[in-house]
Design a protein around this ligand. Structure first.
Ligand code: PYC
Length: 311
């Protein structure tokens, strides 16, 4: 399997260029289901140890169904599949430019949750116009052992998020273990108390907000991803969900700039335009850098040829 690794504002992406599972044609949501049902060992092989690690997000490059799209992308991680992934979309665009497959300008990509547009604005810079994002629930109260009552919103940004200003400690790198523990407790409580996204969808990302370090940023976040790793970037779909909540509260208008800082101090620059179904269309910009070009090998004698853990 041929892969190219990059990072977007610190968060890693592994783009599968060649040697992915044979998913055929059809809507990306159906191909993602086939991936999960029949080729899940390929996901584990590509991103789990010993060839990967828990923070790594995989992106499978697919033939698009829609002829106006450059490609399709299916995103996955150490435990399963994502709807959309903002940082990985930026990483994929920069990687495709590195391969000479796309140039500066706007390109459309299919994802399992809809078509997104990515504008490559420089060799290492791109901005994603995401799927329509919206707040689903406002000021949900969840009771958490050891933390008390935590209040937050539930929003869609291409994945489901619970967003809260409740931070058990300052949002600094040294507190990542405590923040991870608190976010996991929140996620557990949401599940136990039956709080979900639309149609009973699992809320698999928890986003904790606090004051930014940099004077240009509006906010700093800590984002817990489904497999237990934290997002090193400010999270593209998480920033989309945040913008949806700010818009719903009348705190950020269309076109107004929002700089979201991550727990490691990296940033996404964002704004939105109104969507067609009452939500917003966020635009999230950031930088990505190529880290390595690799061939992953699978030896039939290797007891860990399908990766370690992860389903
Ligand atoms: O950037 O959307 C994102 C993302 C989701 C999970 C990790 N990063």
């Amino acid at each position: 399997m041929r892969v190219i690794d990059s990072h977007t504002e610190g968060e890693p992406t592994r783009l599968i260029i060649d040697g992915g599972p044979p998913l055929g044609r059809g809507p990306l949501a159906e191909r993602r289901q086939l991936f999960a049902d029949t080729f899940d060992h390929v996901r584990r092989f590509a991103v789990n140890e010993p060839r990967g690690y828990d923070a790594l997000v995989g992106a499978l490059l697919c033939e698009p169904e829609d002829p106006t799209c450059t490609a399709g992308l299916i995103f996955f991680n150490n435990v399963g599949y994502l709807g959309m992934c903002g940082h990985a979309m930026i990483g994929a665009a920069v990687t495709l430019a590195h391969l000479g497959r796309i140039g500066l300008g706007a390109h459309r990509f299919e994802t399992p949750v809809g078509i997104v547009s990515v504008e490559l604005t420089g060799r290492n810079e791109a901005a994603v116009e995401n799927v329509e994002s919206y707040r689903h629930l406002k000021a949900v109260r969840v009771e958490i052992d050891g933390l008390g009552i935590v209040i937050g919103d539930v929003a869609w940004g291409g994945n489901w998020f619970f967003l809260t200003e409740f931070a058990p400690c300052p949002l600094v790198i040294g507190n990542i273990p405590t923040l991870t523990q608190a976010a996991q407790a929140i996620q557990y409580a949401l599940k136990a108390q039956g709080v979900t996204g639309a149609g009973g969808a699992e809320i698999d990302h928890i986003e904790i907000f606090g004051a930014p370090r940099s004077p240009e940023a509006a906010s700093r976040n800590f984002v817990l991803c489904p497999g237990g790793a934290y997002d090193r970037s400010p999270c593209g779909t998480g920033t989309s969900a945040k913008l949806a909540c700010l818009a719903a509260d009348g705190k950020l208008g269309p076109g107004e700039r929002w700089i979201q800082e991550s727990i490691i101090g990296s940033r996404f620059e964002a704004h939105y335009r109104p969507g067609e179904r009452g939500g917003i269309i966020p635009r999230i910009g950031g930088r990505a850098f190529i880290c390595s070009e690799t061939n992953l090998w699978q030896d039939p004698a290797d007891p860990f040829r399908h990766g370690i853990g992860g389903g």
